[in-house]
Structure formats: C-alpha cells, structure tokens
Write a protein that binds this ligand. Structure first.
Ligand code: ZN
Length: 305
C-alpha cells in the first residue's frame, strides 16, 4: 500500500498568521517546523496502519516547505509542481491520499488565509456552485483512481472538505494566537493535536476500503472570479470567456478542467511551450534555496517543536 501525504501549510498546528505561511520570511521558517511536525505524525500514522510506502508531496506555493532533513526518514519526498504525468508528478501507484494543513475556500468569511488554488481568485465555482480546493484536487486525484481519506485544518476548512468528501477522517486545528503562546498549555494542546493526526491518519489507512475516489461527472463549467478586473485582464492570456472579473471555461472532466486552470494561473501563453523546463528549473532552484539558504526562525513567542 502506497500512501501519499499531501502537505499544504495554512492549516498546520502552531500557525496563526499569514507571515508564517509566506515563503522566505523568518516566521515561515517557524511555520515549516510546525508543518514538518504535523506531516511526520501523519506519516507515522500511515506506517502504524501497515503502509508499505509513504511519500510526502509538498505543494504549498512552489513546494519545499517541509524541512526535508527533519522528515521521517522512512518517507519519500516530492516537492513542487509538475507538468506531467500529473500536476504532482508520478502518482500512478498511490492508493490513498492524506491531506495535511488545508485551508478554507476563497471568499470564506472569518477564515484563516482563505483561497482556492491561488490568491488572485475571490471565488471559484464549479457548475455554478462555490468550491474549495478539495472539490478540485480531490476530484483531480479521483480521476487517477486515488481517494482522499484524511484532512486536517481549521474547522471551517474541514467542514468544506467534508461536504465533498464525507468519508474522510479529519482533525480540527485551532488558528488563534493565544492557543500557541501559552507555554505549557500550548505544548499540551500541540501534543494532543498531533496525537490525533497520527491516530486519524492510521484509521484512514486501516479503513481504506470505506473510501472511494471522488468523481465529479463532466461536462464541467468552471468560473474563476478574480479579485479585480485588472487581475482578470492580466491573467487571461488564453482568451477564455471573460465577463468583467470572471473568467470561465468548459472541460470534459476534472483533469481537463484543472489543466486549464493551471494554464490560466501559472502558464501564460507566451511561456507555455517552456513550461516543462521552467517547472524543472523551479523545483531545482527552490529545493536548493529553501534547503541551504533559509532565514533564521522567528517563532514569535510560540512553543517551538
Ligand atoms: Zn497553501
């Protein structure tokens, strides 16, 4: 059994503000410690339940958020994004996906750093319905035959994920500063929270027969509402249908629709033919930069793992 642990960062235990998720800052260095701890507990849970192989897919921003040399050495590691065979690289023999540290959808009120796929969107809709990342990533993985069996993150993010993936195990993570800056109390909260990560991840792997790949039948109609008209104009290099700040496209299935979303978001027309070497370069560059040239951590008074 090969388990994929997908890592975002916003929904990590220990993280309460945006700078802790922003690559290159001293606070992000702290955020990386938090995320690595969370990921390690999920990895341990997967092995507890008999996984033969576990691979961590580090996907926030350009990848390489986890502290690779502090990850459970039994796990494989893949950082960044790919063009083929999938956006996450080779996932052909993955049996189950576990999603660590997710966040709420663009436009969610009172949520921590809510966005869907990229910060430029104020709302993403699928066949007229607002969606979160799990609607898209879950169905994308689903079309490769991979179910999602676990999510962790703040309550509203988990609720949104459970709407589309009702069979998943979940762990709720608090996003208030005072939860993480109260000394011994914070330490106990983190210890208990991460114990839950390990237990629920193990349960997800043990109960793999109860989950199924998410399939959202096509045809699909995507609408990406940008924060401003100027952003929509700038990003619409492919001349998708545009009405003010909303760009729309049709897709035969989620793989097709997600490819088009990535064309819109990351691959403007003028660099499209270079996307393979560019994504390869990005992965090499950020692996080295984030491993060898990291700022000193600033934990802002939190208890640090
Ligand atoms: Zn993220």
């Amino acid at each position: 059994m090969h388990i994929a642990v997908f890592a975002d960062i916003e929904g990590s235990f220990g993280i309460w503000r945006m700078r802790q998720c922003r690559m290159g800052t001293a606070e992000w260095q702290y955020g990386r410690h938090c995320l690595t701890e969370d990921v390690n507990h999920v990895v341990r849970g997967a092995f507890d339940a008999g996984a033969a192989r576990v691979t961590v897919y580090d996907t926030h921003e350009v990848g390489f958020n986890c502290l690779i040399n502090k990850l459970d050495p039994r796990a494989g590691y893949v950082g960044g994004h790919f063009v083929s065979p999938t956006f996450y690289g080779d996932i052909s023999d993955v049996d189950l996906a576990l999603y660590v540290a997710i966040h709420a959808a663009s436009g969610t009120e009172n949520a921590f750093f809510p966005h869907t796929h990229y910060g430029v969107f104020s709302e993403m809709r699928l066949n007229g319905r607002p969606v979160c990342e799990m609607d898209i990533y879950g169905a994308y993985l689903g079309e490769f035959g991979i179910p999602v069996g676990f999510v962790s993150g703040e309550k509203i993010a988990v609720d949104q994920a459970l709407r589309v993936l009702p069979w998943t195990q979940s762990v709720i993570v608090d996003k208030r500063e005072e939860t993480y800056t109260a000394g011994e109390k914070s330490r106990n909260y983190l210890r208990e929270g991460r114990r839950q990560l390990r237990d629920r991840a193990a349960q997800a792997v043990r109960e793999i027969k109860n989950v199924r790949p998410l399939i959202t039948p096509g045809p699909l109609h995507f609408e990406a509402e940008f924060r401003t008209v100027e952003l929509a104009d700038r990003f619409n290099t492919w001349n998708f249908t545009q009405t003010d700040r909303t760009i729309a496209w049709h897709a035969k299935n989620m793989i097709d629709g997600f490819d088009k979303l990535n064309m819109l978001t990351f691959y403007p027309r003028n660099i499209y033919s270079l996307r393979r070497p560019l994504s390869f370069f990005n992965r090499c560059f950020y692996r080295i930069k984030n491993t060898c040239f990291s700022p000193h951590p600033n934990s802002e008074g939190a208890w640090m793992p």
